[in-house]
Design a binder for this molecule. Structure first.
Ligand SMILES: [Zn+2]
Length: 324
């Protein structure tokens, strides 16, 4: 399998400072990139790749250049309707917050009828504005932002998500038929429709672009039935990511098959997102065995912790060994 380390900037512990400054951001990711070869990591997802707080474009370019030297791909997180657009935090026109300040009619609405926002990770200092998935004009803005991101950093891939923090409750969204998942946390149909619309022209221009797209679904028979009617909205060239293991919980059934020839087995362990790292080699091995049987050819695990701690190193080693 091909391997990815998945990271949030504010949870990074490879160096110091959780990426709260230019120096800390660059040092965290350079140290991670220097270690990537030990586990044959081919790509690193970075959410919060661009923030004014940690040096914006200049710092991101330093990380990108170091990745080039190490032969590792950088996949910045790109948020559609949530998670900040192309530029997570700052004064850039490619920060979704700034677009929504100028176009308040495109902001999503929460259950109480207020403009919707989302704060993540919990240690961030400010919530980001969310866009309404019924708004068509903001799609042009996403495509313009993505074009800028790929060109500015000479990228050959990115990760993309449409949001798992609740639906929009405006009249237009309430009237549309939707397939929801995790209660009303995420819309499976909006994810496919919105992401498909944003990335399609990019894949038509460049079919070897690596686009890792989160479904927020596991691979139970029920979940595969849930997404079946939405799947055609995802272009064939996209690489869907399936959350098949959550800190102690297997989320892939025996005997299921990936509905697409390529896909990522997301192993959600080894991170502070689940309140710290624990020894998890056996579960990692089992999750990968099932993922390979389901036909998946990529895997990611959280890569935020340095491997100088035995418990972390053992997790990375198990993940490497069982994904060969
Ligand atoms: Zn809406």
């Amino acid at each position: 399998m091909n391997r990815i380390w998945w990271t949030w900037d504010l949870r990074m512990r490879w160096h110091w400072g959780f990426c709260r400054s230019h120096e800390s951001f660059v040092a965290n990711y350079k140290t991670l990139l220097d270690a990537a070869h030990r586990y044959s990591v081919e790509a690193v997802v970075i959410w919060g790749f661009l923030r004014d707080e940690h040096g914006g474009i200049d710092a991101a370019k330093e990380v990108r250049e170091h990745a080039e030297k190490r032969g590792v791909r950088i996949l910045p997180g790109f948020g559609v309707d949530d998670y900040g657009g192309a530029y997570y935090e700052g004064s850039s026109r490619y920060a979704l917050d700034n677009y929504l300040t100028e176009h308040p009619e495109a902001q999503a609405v929460d259950k109480n009828g207020n403009p919707a926002t989302h704060l993540w990770p919990p240690m961030d200092t400010k919530a980001r504005k969310k866009a309404c998935p019924s708004d068509g004009k903001v799609l042009d803005y996403y495509r313009e932002s993505l074009e800028w991101l790929l060109r500015e950093f000479d990228l050959d891939g990115f990760q993309i998500e449409q949001g798992d923090s609740g639906l929009c409750y405006c009249d237009r969204c309430r009237e549309r038929q939707q397939i929801t998942h995790l209660g009303e946390r995420t819309s499976v149909s909006d994810g496919a429709r919105r992401i498909g619309a944003v990335v399609k022209p990019f894949l038509e221009k460049q079919d070897d672009l690596l686009i890792v797209s989160e479904t927020y679904l596991g691979m139970s028979k029920e979940e595969l039935e849930t997404i079946a009617s939405a799947l055609p909205d995802y272009p064939e060239g996209i690489t869907l990511s399936w959350q098949l293991y959550d800190d102690g919980r297997m989320k892939v059934d025996e005997g299921v098959k990936s509905p697409r020839p390529h896909g990522v087995a997301a192993l959600r362990t080894n991170s502070d997102v689940f309140y710290g790292v624990r020894e998890d080699g056996k579960n990692i091995a089992e999750a990968l065995r099932r993922s390979k049987a389901a036909g998946l050819d990529w895997t990611y695990i959280y890569g935020e912790h340095p491997d100088d701690r035995p418990v972390v190193r053992d997790n990375y080693e198990a993940w490497y060994r069982h994904s060969v």
